[in-house]
Design a protein around this ligand. Structure first.
Ligand code: GLN
Length: 488
C-alpha cells in the first residue's frame, strides 16, 4: 500500500477499498518505524492527522469530498501551520507555534489532504545537503552514509522511503529539484508567482517558490493543482488562470522541441550522470520529440550571481529575527543591544550567519554598485539567454545535479564546493522559470536526476513530458529496499 502513488491511493479511496484513517495509520506507523534512521520529520502531527482523516472519511461517505480528500501528505517545515511548530530548521524558531496557515497549507487543507507532519530542512532553506538543520542531517534512503540533498531533504527522503505519498518543498536555488534528484523522486519548481509565498518563511523573496515532491509527474500535477493560483496576500502571485494539469498529461510528444544546452555538459559533470541524460534523450526521441543543441552562454555566471542576490535578500529578510517579536530570545539580556546580539548569535547556525555577513556586505554603501547592482545586471543576461533559447525549443533538458549524492560531511567544510552543486538549478530561479526533476538512473545505487526546464507558466508541458517519459521507463518506480521490512 505505502508504495502506491497519490493517484492510485485516490482510486482506492474512491472505490472504498481503504479509508483515509487506515491509510494515515499506515504512513504514521512507517514514520515511527523508519524515521529514526532517516530523520525526515521535525514534528509529527499524529492526533491531528487521525482526527482529520476521520472527518474526510465521513465527508466521502456523504459524497462531500474534495479532489484530494483523505490523502496524507507532509509539509516542509518552512510553511506556517496553525497550532503546529514551524521551525524552518532553526534553533531561532524552535519554539515558534504558528498562529496561522500559509496559503499553501490552507489550499491543501481545503483540497482534503491529511497532514502527517513537518519535514526536516536546511536551516532557513540555506544548503544543498540538508546538513545545516538544527535538528541534524537527513539521511539518504538509498544509502544512509549519503546526504539526501537540500534544502527540502526531509520532504524528498520521506517520499523516497514511502513515509509519505507526497510532500511540499521550496526552491530558491534548487531545493526541490536537487533533493528530488538525489532521492529518486519527482519534484517541480513552478514559475515564480504561480504558487503563493504567503506564510512561507522568507529566504530570498525574489527567488523563493513552493512546489510539490512525489513519486510521479502525475502526482505532482495533482498536488500543483491544489497549490497554484493567485493570492491577495502575496502581491507577487500572478492572476493567471490555473490550467487542469492532469488533462494534458497524455498529450503526444510528437514534434515537441527539446533543447540540450551545451554549457550543462562541461567539466565537473559526472560521466555516468551525463550518460543518464544521453539515455533519456533516446527515450524522448522514441516518444517523438525533436532534439536540438542550444546554448545558454551565461550559465557559468549563475552561481556567483545567486550567491550575491540570495544572501542580500536573506540578510534583509532575517533582520526580523531579533529576539523581540518571535523566536529565540537569549537568557537575561543586559540591554537592548545585548538582546539583539546574543539572540542572533545563539539562535542562528554557521551557514545562516555566513549568508547574513555576505548579504550585509554586498548591500553596504561602498559595495552595493560593485556587487549587488552588478549581480542584478547579470541576472538579466541569464534571463535573456533562456528567452533566446525558448524561441527555438519548447523544453530544455539536462542533468539536475553534477553528481549523485555525496557522503555526509564530505563538503560541509567547503562552502564553495557545496555552492557548485547548484550549478544547473540556480539559473532557473534567477530567471523565474518552472523546472522539474525526475528520476533518470543510478550510479552505484545512488539516484541521479533529469531536469526539464520550461518557459513561464509551462508547468503543464513539463508534467506532460515527464509523465510520458515515466510511461515507458521505470526509474521512478524503484524504491529503496531497506525500508521494505515487514512492520509486524
Ligand atoms: N543550495 C542553495 C542555497 O543554499 C539553494 C537553496 C534553496 O533552494 N532553498 O542557497
Amino acid at each position: 500500500m505505502h508504495t502506491k502513488t497519490i493517484a492510485q491511493l485516490l482510486d482506492l479511496l474512491n472505490k472504498r477499498e481503504c479509508s483515509s484513517v487506515e491509510l494515515t495509520q499506515i504512513f504514521l506507523d512507517r514514520i515511527k518505524r523508519y524515521d529514526k534512521s532517516l530523520n525526515c520529520f521535525i514534528t509529527l502531527t499524529e492526533e491531528m492527522a487521525l482526527a482529520a482523516a476521520a472527518v474526510e472519511d465521513q465527508k466521502r461517505a456523504k459524497g462531500q469530498h474534495q479532489f484530494l480528500s483523505g490523502i496524507p501528505i507532509a509539509h516542509k517545515d518552512i510553511f506556517c501551520t496553525q497550532g503546529v511548530k514551524t521551525s524552518c530548521g532553526s534553533k531561532m524558531l524552535d519554539n515558534f507555534i504558528s498562529p496561522y496557515d500559509a496559503t499553501v497549507v490552507k489550499n491543501f487543507k481545503e483540497a482534503g489532504t491529511i497532514l502527517l507532519g513537518k519535514t526536516n530542512m536546511d536551516e532557513f532553506a540555506m544548503g544543498s545537503s540538508n546538513e545545516t538543520s538544527y535538528y541534524g542531517p537527513v539521511r539518504n534512503p538509498w544509502d544512509l552514509k549519503a546526504v539526501a540533498g537540500g534544502s527540502s531533504g526531509g520532504s524528498a527522503a520521506a517520499v523516497a522511503a514511502s513515509l509519505s505519498p507526497g510532500s511540499t518543498g521550496t526552491d530558491t536555488g534548487g531545493s526541490i529539484r536537487q533533493p528530488a534528484a538525489l532521492c529518486n523522486v519527482t519534484g517541480l519548481k513552478p514559475t515564480y508567482g504561480r504558487v503563493s509565498r504567503y506564510g512561507m518563511v522568507a529566504f530570498a523573496s525574489s527567488l523563493d517558490q513552493g512546489g510539490p515532491l512525489a513519486k510521479t509527474a502525475e502526482d505532482c500535477a495533482l498536488m500543483l493543482q491544489a497549490m497554484a493560483g493567485v493570492d491577495l496576500k502575496d502581491s507577487t502571485s500572478l492572476d493567471k488562470p490555473v490550467p487542469n494539469y492532469c488533462a494534458t498529461l497524455n498529450a503526444s510528444l510528437e514534434g515537441v522541441r527539446i533543447g540540450i544546452p551545451k554549457e550543462f555538459f562541461q567539466a565537473g559533470l559526472h560521466p555516468e550522470v551525463e550518460a543518464s541524460v544521453q539515455e533519456a534523450i533516446k527515450v524522448l526521441e522514441k516518444l517523438g520529440a525533436k532534439i536540438k543543441p542550444i546554448s545558454l552562454p551565461n550559465t557559468g555566471l549563475a552561481v556567483p550571481t545567486y550567491y550575491v542576490i540570495a544572501p542580500a535578500e536573506a540578510s534583509s529578510n532575517l533582520s526580523r529575527f531579533d529576539g523581540v517579536r518571535f523566536g529565540y530570545r537569549c537568557h537575561e539580556p543586559k540591554n537592548l543591544d545585548d538582546l539583539y546580539k546574543r539572540s542572533r548569535t545563539e539562535g542562528f547556525g554557521a551557514e545562516v550567519k555566513r549568508r547574513i555577513l555576505i548579504g550585509t556586505y554586498v548591500l553596504s554603501a561602498g559595495y552595493f554598485d560593485a556587487y549587488y547592482i552588478q549581480a542584478q545586471k547579470v541576472r538579466k543576461l541569464i534571463t535573456n539567454d533562456f528567452q533566446e533559447a525558448f524561441r527555438e525549443v519548447d523544453i530544455i533538458l539536462g542533468p539536475t545535479t553534477p553528481t549523485p549524492a555525496f557522503n555526509l560531511g564530505e563538503k560541509s567544510n567547503d562552502p564553495v564546493s557545496m555552492y557548485l552543486c547548484d550549478i544547473y538549478t540556480i539559473n532557473v530561479n534567477l530567471a523565474g522559470l518552472p523546472a522539474l526533476s525526475m528520476p533518470g538512473g543510478f550510479v552505484n545505487n545512488r539516484p541521479t536526476g533529469l531536469q526539464l526546464i520550461g518557459n513561464y507558466f509551462e508547468e503543464a508541458k513539463l508534467l506532460n513530458v515527464a509523465h510520458q517519459f515515466q510511461q515507458i521507463t521505470d526509474w521512478h518506480a524503484k524504491t529503496p529496499t531497506i525500508f521494505e521490512e515487514s512492520l509486524s
